[in-house]
Design a protein around this ligand. Structure first.
Ligand code: GCU
Length: 679
């Protein structure tokens, strides 16, 4: 049995004896040069992985004559340095090279990087090659992460509850820190390092200022010390009103001398304890959080004040663009762009603006956020949500790399065709020096970290895309399945297909054809398109679907909110014209009559109903696929996934039935043939 704790670092024994022999032949002696903490954890991981996978404990160490040599550039011997010169020139500080040479007729592999951290990433990559049963005979891998800051955002509170967390309580045990170091912290760091995540924001964006007090900073330091060898920096969410709450000041006005001084001192205090502290994440003037606007100042004033405090120490500010208020109720989707784009070019160099993937809020499908591409003089970092607030939380199996990939490949057209979102995120579109990506974590203290083991794939996949936003979701699914479960083709192929289809399934049974934000309010679990009585209009699902007897959908074209105008002209034109608007986004951008003819000839009402049904059918087929996987999966994980799929199927029907019954009051049409009657 297997409780899933080991994530994708299972290091399953290589049953195929031919392949195992091949690996052993190339690995009978191993040498690690250097003695930093990073070298220690990397060599420990390598030995753990190899001994488990090969069933071999004793590897010889023949120093430079070893068959596998792991050494960062500074430690390489003269001969290898010369041989690897051009490869080393190609990588950045976190990159690595894996290269096989034939030396005197014998196979020799070198794992190297410019730094020990880079070499460590190379070790994890090497282990992944074995985990996924690839040949290591002729390696020539040269890789660097394409994005600099690759962080997880934990929405964890100091009382260990997790905002939008569905896998138990926070893994940060503030009570036992700093002296008790839970093994989980180390395993968490290993998992992150294995996919290249190099930062963690420990606390919720709706922050408690207490985290910045010495009492908590000691605990933060203890975590930073655990994470450091793994190349992971610690960041904190800074509550904008902290100077008032913990600093005895009367104001948090970013232009006030005392406030500036308070943040300078606080920042210095943090760096004394944590010399490589990453910086601050800030949610300001959003959903009731304090911010510079409380004092008649703006985002630039707020962000730059913190940026100045951090600059001496090379820290950064991640300033969130997720803002919306009750004052602008015509279209919430427009607010972030309107508020931020005019400030382009005014932020300090160590500020990056963190933008959610879409303009509303982590829906099963959203068009890309119009801010991407629109601020050429400001680095924008992508914020994805790994925790599935609006996608069935931790019960529904939804493979998110498919969603992430879709957004990253959307074309902003700001510099002509090919100006895809990924290029704004990795800096290549406008030549940004500072680049970043954030994923809102789905991790809690459940034994298997993510509640549903299948959702470990979303943590993994986020990390892989943060390293390389051009990876395909198919490659990611393949790697993850092999490392987590089995290399058996009869398992990998069908389950890969199941994962890759799962995202479209959730779109179909929750919000087909561009519907959005019709989840029950507050917790956002399950359907609630009928809700209309909440105090703020933009909290009510009816605000988003606008169903009436004439039709359904949010008119964001010229005749409506004109949100389309926030995109480059090519994109605005495509989305703005009902004939060219992709049908996935139809009701996002248009209010459409129930009789409107879709591309497949169905009228809109029938099309919506058929999509809901399709979603249910897709979950049925996921369930069917999984049934056949029993021979390849341990009982525990097999059963757990199975139970979750049962819930998902029940709830897909719940979504279909309740949404169709609700919308039917307006369409006044029968369900088309092929759609099951409500159960
Ligand atoms: C969503 C979510 C909140 C969260 C917010 C944010 O609105 O429901 O819980 O605080 O996003 O990203 O700040």
């Amino acid at each position: 049995s297997n409780n899933g704790y080991k994530l994708w670092l299972q290091y399953n024994f290589v049953e195929d004896s031919k392949l195992r022999e091949e690996y052993k032949v190339g690995l009978n002696s191993i040498f690690f040069a250097g003695n930093s903490e990073t070298v220690k954890v990397a060599s420990k991981e390598l030995m753990l992985g190899l001994s488990e996978m090969l069933g071999e404990e004793n590897f010889k160490n023949n120093k430079w004559n070893s068959q596998l040599v792991c050494a960062s550039e500074a430690f390489l011997n003269h001969e290898l340095k010369k041989l690897l010169k051009s490869e080393l020139e190609e990588i950045n500080d976190e990159g690595f090279v894996l290269k096989t040479f034939m030396v005197h007729g014998k196979q020799k592999t070198v794992i190297t990087g410019k730094t020990d951290i880079g070499t460590m990433y190379g070790v994890y990559h090497f282990l992944r090659l074995l985990q996924t049963h690839q040949s290591i005979k002729q390696l020539n891998v040269i890789e660097s992460p394409k994005i600099k800051v690759r962080v997880l955002n934990h929405w964890d509170n100091l009382d260990r509850t997790v905002e939008r967390g569905y896998a138990g309580f926070s893994i940060w045990d503030w009570h036992r820190l700093p002296d008790y170091i839970d093994q989980r912290y180390i395993d968490y760091a290993r998992a992150n390092a294995s996919v290249g995540i190099n930062g963690v924001v420990l606390n919720n964006v709706n922050a408690n200022a207490l985290i910045l007090t010495p009492f908590y900073l000691e605990k933060v330091k203890a975590l930073a010390d655990v994470f450091r060898p793994y190349g992971i920096k610690v960041y904190l969410t800074a509550r904008f009103s902290a100077p008032i709450e913990i600093g005895d000041l009367k104001t948090a006005d970013p232009l006030d001398k005392n406030v500036i001084q308070w943040w300078n001192k606080k920042t210095e205090e943090i760096y004394k304890m944590i010399p490589d502290f990453g910086g601050y994440l800030v949610k300001a003037n959003s959903e009731g959080q304090p911010g510079p606007q409380n004092y008649g100042r703006n985002h630039v004033d707020g962000a730059n004040m913190l940026a100045d405090a951090l600059a001496t120490f090379k820290g950064i500010v991640m300033w969130r663009a997720f803002v919306y208020s009750e004052h602008d109720v015509t279209d919430r989707a427009k607010q972030a762009y309107s508020e931020f784009v005019p400030y382009d070019g005014q932020f300090k160099k160590n500020v990056v603006v963190q933008v959610k993937n879409g303009a509303i809020d982590f829906q099963p499908r959203e068009p890309f956020h119009p801010m991407f591409g629109a601020m050429p003089k400001t680095p924008l970092m992508m914020e994805f949500q790994i925790t599935q607030e609006y996608l069935g939380q931790s019960t529904h199996t939804v493979f998110l790399p498919k969603l992430f990939e879709e957004v990253l490949h959307e074309d902003t057209y700001v510099n002509g065709k090919g100006s895809i979102v990924a290029k704004d995120v990795d800096g290549s579109l406008h030549g940004d020096k500072l680049t970043g990506i954030a994923g809102v974590s789905n991790i809690g203290n459940d034994i298997n970290w993510t509640g549903n083991v299948m959702l470990q794939a979303n943590w993994y996949g986020y990390g892989r895309l943060a390293w390389n936003p051009y990876l395909s979701s198919g490659e990611i699914a393949d790697e993850w399945l092999r490392s987590t479960f089995s290399n058996d083709k009869k398992f990998v192929e069908p389950v890969k297909e199941m994962l890759l289809d799962s995202r479209e399934a959730v779109v179909n049974y929750m919000t087909p054809l561009g519907l959005h934000h019709i989840m029950a309010t507050g917790h956002h679990y399950g359907p609630g398109p009928w809700v209309s009585n909440l105090s703020r209009p933009e909290w009510n699902p009816v605000y988003y679907h606008k169903a009436d007897e004439n039709g359904v959908g949010f008119d964001r074209t010229k005749t409506g909110s004109n949100a389309v105008a926030q995109y480059a002209p090519e994109v605005a034109k495509m989305y703005g014209d009902i004939k060219t608007c992709p049908e996935e986004y139809l009701l996002w951008f248009h209010h459409v009559s129930w009789d409107y003819k879709l591309k497949d000839g169905n009228v809109l009402w029938d099309g919506i109903a058929l999509k809901y049904q399709e979603g249910v059918e897709e979950v049925k087929s996921m369930k069917k696929t999984w049934q056949k996987m029993k021979p390849y999966v341990d009982d525990e994980r097999f059963k757990e996934v199975n139970m979750f799929l049962d819930i998902q199927l029940k709830e897909a029907k719940w979504w279909r039935d309740s949404c169709l019954l609700y919308f039917q009051q307006y369409s006044k049409k029968e369900l088309p043939v092929g759609v099951d009657k409500p159960e």
